[in-house]
Structures are given as C-alpha cells and as structure tokens.
Design a protein around this ligand. Structure first.
Ligand code: MN
Length: 213
C-alpha cells in the first residue's frame, strides 16, 4: 500500500485570518505532497517495508536500510508530522483546553498561559526549520521539546501529542520573518478535542509500561 496524501479536513481558506489560504495550498498540496511522493519513491525497492505504516518506520529508523534511511527520516517524518498538523487545527478552534489535556498541562506547567509561553518560546528559539512539540515520555509525563527538520518525537522514543510547524513555509507569506506572531496566532486554530484524542492514545499506549513500574 503506497502512502497517500490525506485531504485537508476543511477548506483551504478555513483557518483565515490566522493562516492564509495561499499558505495552506502550498503547504498541503506542494510540501506535504512532496514528502509523500518522496517516501513512496524511497520504499519502491524495499517491498518488506511497504506494509509498515509511516509511524512504524519512524519508531525504528535503525531498521531502515542505510541507503534510504535519511530519505525516510525526512519524508516519512514530513508525512507523519503534517498528517497530524492538519487534524489538530480547525476553523474557530482555540480557547482554553478542557478535559485530560487541560489537567496534564496544569499539573506539569502550572497554568495554560505558562504552558503557552514556554511552548511559544521554544518554537521561536528553534534555529532554522523544525517543530515544537508537547511530547509524551515513556513514564507518562509530558514535556516541551523541539526537533530539527522533519524529525518526529517517535524516533527518540517519545510520543507526539501535538506540535506546531515552525518551518518558514508554514508562515512566511503572511507573517514574513515574524515567527513569534505566527506562534501566538496559531492557538486560535488549535483543535483541542483532537488533541485530547491523541493524549488518550498516548496514555493507552503507555499503560503496559506504567503497570510494570
Ligand atoms: Mn510544514
């Protein structure tokens, strides 16, 4: 089964004014589209890897043949990261989180505002291209991390609960070099119910390990 570019779950203009229609067209169709195309091309001669989903490939990059490892890391990462990204945004999103994700944010960071400040600061400081994440640790805790390029937390044994894309292609047309402005505006389109689903999936994935402690 070849990897496929998932359609956007809303219109290209739906995240206006926070994320502009033209950026969404280029970002989804061209950038994400290219990651999927390049990933499929790299896997062409390795039929044993074609049955694995992209998350499985990223969880064990050492198992990927060396001649395509970097390509899979970059383009498999690009595919997984953006597939998440479209889903954790929605028109008229944002506001304060509720449910389990709100509880773990309060427990770990104090207030939601403190968390947002730290997340935005980490994203602003990521040098060059990359992502800022709330990642789940094997012991069930959560932390803010950044990754360069299209690296996904899965490749370092962490769970990508949610992340924001700080590549210039995500914001440059509208915000130019003002990445902090983009980071601040992004919270207006965050889809907390989808993020709660991902947090629950992280918790269930960790249940066996936690039970053994
Ligand atoms: Mn991107």
């Amino acid at each position: 089964m070849a990897h496929e570019l998932p359609p956007l779950p809303y219109d290209y203009s739906a995240l206006e004014p926070h994320i502009d229609e033209k950026t969404m067209h280029l970002h989804h169709d061209m950038h994400h589209g290219a990651y999927v195309k390049n990933l499929n091309a790299a896997l062409e001669k390795y039929s044993n890897l074609q049955s694995k989903n992209a998350e499985e490939l990223l969880r064990d990059l050492n198992a990927i043949p060396e001649d395509i490892r970097t390509t899979v890391r970059n383009n498999g990462g690009g595919h997984v990261n953006h597939t998440m990204f479209w889903k954790i945004m929605k028109p008229k999103g944002g506001g304060d989180p509720s449910g389990p994700i709100a509880d773990v944010i309060k427990k770990t960071f104090g207030t939601f505002k403190d968390f947002q400040g730290k997340f935005n600061d980490a994203g602003a400081k990521q040098f060059g291209s990359g992502w800022v994440w709330l990642a789940g640790k094997p012991n069930g805790d959560v932390q803010i991390i950044t990754t360069p390029n299209q690296d996904n937390p899965l490749s370092q044994g962490l769970y990508p609960i949610f992340g924001n894309d700080v590549w210039e292609h995500a914001y440059y047309l509208k915000y130019n070099n003002r990445r902090p402005e983009y980071l601040a505006a992004w919270w207006n389109v965050v889809n907390w119910s989808e993020i709660n689903k991902r947090y629950e999936a992280f918790k269930s994935a960790n249940e066996p390990a936690m039970a053994h402690r």
